[in-house]
Structures are given as C-alpha cells and as structure tokens.
Design a protein around this ligand. Structure first.
Ligand code: NAP
Length: 271
C-alpha cells in the first residue's frame, strides 16, 4: 500500500485525511494518509524516516519553511512563494512543491474567473496570500494590490514574488475598482462569522469576490458580493484542489475537476 501523510504542528482538526481517503475511494487506489504531528527539532529525523517508505507527504503550519533545506529539489513557484506544502519521495531524492498555488488557480478556472489583463486585489499578507499573489502574477493580472493593516510590517518579499505589486491600506482600498478581490485574511471564519474584512461598498466595485475561507461556506464577505449581484466563490474548491494537485504529483497522473467537485460535496457534510 502507498503511504502518504501530513507533517505539521497541531493537526487534530485537519480535513486532509478525509479528503485523501475520498480521493482513494473515487479513483480506486489503495493508500493510507496519516497525521504526523512533528515538533521543530524532530523534523530532520522525521524526514529521514519518511524517505524510506513514504511516497509523499503534505506539510502544514508551522513547518512549510523548515522542511526546505532538507530537500533535494524545489520547484520555482514554491521557491518564489517561500513555502513547500507537498513533498514527493523518489529514488532520486525528496522534492518540494507548493500546491496551494495550483489549487487557487484551478478554483479560478473552474469558476470562470479569468484574471489575465485584469486588476486584482488580495487582502492580508500571510501564508495564503503568498501563493495567491504568485499565481495572480503568473496568470498575467495587469495590476496587483496587496491590502494590509500596517504597511510598515508587510513582508518586503511580496515585491519579489510579484514585481510591480502595490501594497496599500484598507483606507486606500475604498477608492479602488477592479475585477477580482481575494480574501486571504481569517476574518469571517467560524466561529466569528459576523465579520467581513471589507464593507459591502468594496465588494460592489469588483466583479468577483473569492474567499480562501471554507467554513462557513458563505462568509459575510461573500454574502456582501452576492447581494451586489457579483460572483462569490468560497475556499473549499481550493482546499480540495490543492490535495488533488498533490496526488497528481505523487501518482504522476492528471485528474479532472469533476473529481474535485465530488470530493467537495462529500466533504461539505463533514464540515
Ligand atoms: P495567516 O498567515 O495567519 O494570516 C493572514 C493575514 O491576514 C495576516 O498576515 C494579516 O495580514 C491578516 N489578518 C490577520 N488577522 C486579521 C484581522 N483580525 N483583521 C484583518 N486582517 C487580519 O493566515 P493564512 O495561513 O494566510 O490563512 C488565511 C486564511 O486563508 C485562513 O482563513 C485560512 O483558513 C485560509 N486558507 C485557506 C486555504 C484553502 O485551501 N482554502 C489555504 C490556506 C489558507 P496583515 O497583517 O497584512 O493585515
């Protein structure tokens, strides 16, 4: 049986085993997916052990950076983002990828949000924003804005991820108009669902609002967009698509978006 897993700090609430078990069920493969809670000082030994027996692992908070020096190769986008969330073990070594990047891209494509030559805005400057900004830049967004609560604390690395990116405040966002607005902050996430990172007047000036949050399925941020007659997409597709992208890397196969949708529908019952 092929062995997979997730390395991270506290993993009690992870949905990853459920997603990968549904993947195995729908594609008819036999595999196991284990939660591998790992302390920082245990990472080198853990990686060594995984090289002998595991086909691949995902990596989550807080180890997405820590595993990077232990790898034999890292893709360009994962290097640019500065985070590895997927590792493939082969006879040639251990190789790092970032599938949040692909998951976000596939979510946009599936929902017919085409960002090429468009103005896009990302809210928040954390880990999710890095993959999202890199994808939007690579997909040809004409102008990218990153909105932060404090410009002086925003990581300057964002300018390297997307040259030409403009970092602005929430006050400056009030005067901006564009195509796609992406929430990469935790504002509105369960259980504090009565909050939105922006007022409805901001959603009204964008054709599509996309939320990285998947619980609740409709955040206040998305409800505001819908009330303005705009496109509204939650983060569940991205969550499942990044897991399927990891399986594509591990299995060396391609899976269509209908598989992602099937897993997503089953998962909705578990959230
Ligand atoms: P993070 O690194 O903890 O924070 C994201 C950023 O949000 C922070 O850097 C901060 O940026 C901003 N922020 C934090 N608290 C805020 C507040 N109270 N008000 C306004 N802004 C605030 O989180 P993350 O890992 O990037 O994840 C962000 C969200 O995306 C989470 O809800 C997470 O569950 C979700 N996510 C979803 C997927 C998926 O597959 N769907 C993948 C990854 C993450 P500033 O300091 O610059 O304002």
């Amino acid at each position: 049986m092929d062995k997979f897993g997730l390395i991270g700090g506290k993993l009690g609430h992870s949905l990853s085993p459920a997603i990968h078990d549904l993947f195995f069920k729908y594609v008819g493969k036999v595999g196991s997916y284990e939660l591998l809670e790992t302390e920082l000082d245990e990472i080198p030994a853990r990686m060594q052990a995984l090289r002998n027996g595991f086909k691949g692992v995902n990596v989550t908070i807080p180890h997405k950076l820590h595993v990077m020096p232990l790898l034999d190769g890292i893709t360009d986008e994962a290097k640019a983002i500065g985070a590895v969330n997927t590792i493939k073990f082969t006879s040639d070594g251990a190789f790092g990828f970032n599938t949040d990047y692909f998951g976000f891209g596939r979510m946009l494509e599936y929902n017919e949000i085409f960002v090429k030559d468009q103005v896009c805005v990302v809210l928040g400057s954390g880990g999710a924003a890095r993959a999202v900004v890199k994808y939007l830049a690579d997909a040809g967004a004409t102008k990218l804005f990153l909105v932060t609560r404090d410009i002086s604390k925003c990581d300057p690395h964002f300018q390297e991820i997307a040259p030409g990116l403009e970092v602005i405040t929430y006050k400056e966002l009030e005067n901006l108009q564009g195509y796609c607005l992406v929430n990469c902050t935790p504002v509105g996430m369960f259980p504090k669902v009565a909050a939105s990172p922006v007022p409805k007047s901001v959603n009204a000036r964008f054709e599509a609002s996309v939320d990285a949050i998947y619980n609740p399925s409709e955040t206040l941020f998305l409800a505001q967009a819908k009330a303005c007659g705009k496109k509204a997409v939650n983060g569940l597709f991205m969550l499942v698509a990044q897991a399927v992208a990891a399986q594509e890397i591990w299995q060396d196969e391609k899976y269509d978006s209908e598989l992602i949708v099937k897993i997503m529908h089953d998962l909705e019952q578990k959230i």
